[in-house]
Design a protein around this ligand. Sequence first.
Ligand SMILES: [Ca+2]
Ligand SMILES: [Ca+2]
Length: 122
Amino acid sequence: MESVSTTSTTTSTTTTTTTQGICENPQNNGNGFCDDNNNVPECNYDGGDCCGSCVNKEYCSTCACLDGGSSNSFANNLNFIGNGFCDDGLNNAECQFDGGDCCGPSVNTNFCTLCTCKSSGW
Ligand SMILES: [Ca+2]
Ligand SMILES: [Ca+2]
C-alpha cells in the first residue's frame, strides 16, 4: 500500500486597523468648523479651524488650538465677515454671525450650505 501524505498550510493574515496617520474626514478640514477628530497632524490640525479669534465650536468639545496658532483657515479669515456672502463657519456669536451676511432679504448662498439666519439683530 502506498501512503499519501498531505500537507496543508494555513496562512493567517492579521489585519490591524488603526486610525493613526490617517485623516478620517479630510472633507471637514478648513470648513470653518472646529472638528476635534480632525485636530491632528494628519489632518493639518483641521486646516486651522480650531485656532484664531473666531472659532466655530458647534461640532467640537475640546476645541483646542493645537497647531501653534498658525491661522490658515477659512474660519479665521475675518475679511469674510460682512462681505456679503453667507459663510456657515462664521455664522456664530464669536464671529458676529458673519456680520449678518446670512440674514436679510437677499442672502448670497454661494459659499454656504446651511445658510441659516441665526441672529435677528441684523
Ligand atoms: Ca473643520
Ligand atoms: Ca460672510
